[in-house]
Structures are given as structure tokens and as C-alpha cells.
Design a protein around this ligand. Structure first.
Ligand SMILES: [Zn+2]
Length: 104
């Protein structure tokens, strides 16, 4: 039997912090996968990452790890949720995009 993949929770908001501290943080929490492939995120994790019912989570794979990231439907610069455009894997609003293009 191989090593079971680790499941981590992150959010784009926490990415900078995580980048500074790449050490894996084991929470000691484990959850069983049910017959439909579902797991329950522990309440402590949901609270810490401000994850609520209906929130979208992005699922990515890094090596043998499954990484969950909170999808933030907001501009990464000003925080608005209006006129968002995806630029690479980040959301940027039209106003900020324009201001970036003009170098203001
Ligand atoms: Zn913006």
C-alpha cells in the first residue's frame, strides 16, 4: 500500500503566508472518505479559513498531495466583486486591470 495523499486546505488569501512557510503543517486530523468519495472538512479548519456552506473550493495536486484552495470571487487588488476577469489564476476587476495597463 502506498502512502495516502495528504489533504490540505489553503486559500488564495493565505497563499503569501504559505509561500513563506512551505513546511507542511500536520493537523493530526483525519477523515474517512465515504462511498461517494466525500470527506468532511473539520469545523476548526472551516472556521480558520472562513469556509461556509456553498463556498467553492479549488482542488489541485502537488506531487502526492491534494491541495484545497478557497476560491475568492473578488479582485485581488481592490476586493470588489464587480466586472472580474481571470488573469492567469487570479481575478482582477476591470478598473484595476485598466490602471495596471496604464501603469498608474
Ligand atoms: Zn480591482
Amino acid at each position: 500500500m502506498g502512502q495516502a495523499p495528504d489533504i490540505g486546505v489553503g486559500s488564495y488569501q493565505h497563499e503569501a503566508k504559505l509561500a513563506l512557510n512551505m513546511a507542511r503543517k500536520h493537523t493530526g486530523m483525519t477523515r474517512k472518505v465515504d462511498d461517494l468519495g466525500r470527506i468532511v472538512l473539520p469545523a476548526e479548519i472551516r472556521r480558520a479559513f472562513d469556509i461556509h456552506v456553498g463556498d467553492l473550493l479549488d482542488i489541485s495536486v502537488q506531487g502526492n498531495q491534494i491541495v484545497l484552495g478557497k476560491v475568492e470571487d473578488r479582485c485581488i487588488f481592490c476586493g470588489t466583486d464587480v466586472d472580474l476577469i481571470q488573469h492567469h489564476d487570479k481575478l482582477v476587476c476591470l478598473v484595476c486591470r485598466k490602471s495596471l495597463a496604464e501603469g498608474v
